[in-house]
Ligand binder design. Structure first.
Ligand code: ZN
Length: 187
């Protein structure tokens, strides 16, 4: 299943979507319906925390089948001196550890920025069920831009993709960070 998105809108933030299953939280038969906007708030919180540490502000959380938060992470590239320590990689590793499973097929990853090609490839290895992301990244993204990892014929697993959730807010956070960084380097 591959959900298409439309640029410039928050497809899941609207209410009254008849195609979505009813929220039957608590009856023990189906998982509660995910609120992507609320989940994005958690990811945004992690991203802001990263900015305060001088990291590129990207935050990610992984939600389990019943909507519980399994993992939360933000970029730790500077802190770990590890260019691969992207928020998505760290969050998926932690979620797999918590679940005791290599497969995150029942999980949703929510991240503030379109995943890069490395993280998108890692998502196929983790068999991630769904990825929801915030800002589009025409330069560094690998899902809806650049190599479009999930659309490659060799890609063995394609998560459901929903992009552009609270896009403006997420993009602004990154923009402000890079403006501040440029200013601090210039002075
Ligand atoms: Zn990445």
């Amino acid at each position: 299943m591959r959900q298409k998105h439309s640029h410039g809108s928050s497809p899941l933030s609207r209410t009254g979507d008849e195609s979505a299953p009813p929220d039957r939280r608590g009856d023990g038969t189906s998982p509660p319906r995910l609120d992507p906007s609320e989940a994005m708030s958690c990811a945004l919180g992690a991203a802001r925390e990263a900015a305060s540490r001088g990291e590129v502000p990207v935050g990610a959380i992984v939600l389990g089948a019943d909507g519980q938060v399994l993992a939360s992470a933000s970029n730790e590239v500077e802190q770990r001196v590890d260019p691969s320590a992207h928020a998505e990689i760290l969050a998926m590793r932690e979620a797999a550890r918590v679940l005791g499973s290599r497969s995150l097929a029942s999980c949703t990853l929510v991240v503030t920025l379109e995943p890069c090609p490395m993280c998108a490839s890692a998502m196929t290895h983790f068999r991630l069920g769904r990825v929801i992301y915030g800002a589009y990244d025409p330069k560094g993204g690998g899902v809806d831009h650049g190599p479009r990892i999930f659309e490659q014929p060799a890609c063995l697993h394609r998560p459901e993709v929903i992009g552009g959730v609270r896009e403006h807010e997420n993009a602004e956070l990154l923009k402000k960070f890079f403006i501040t960084l440029r200013e601090s380097r210039a002075s």
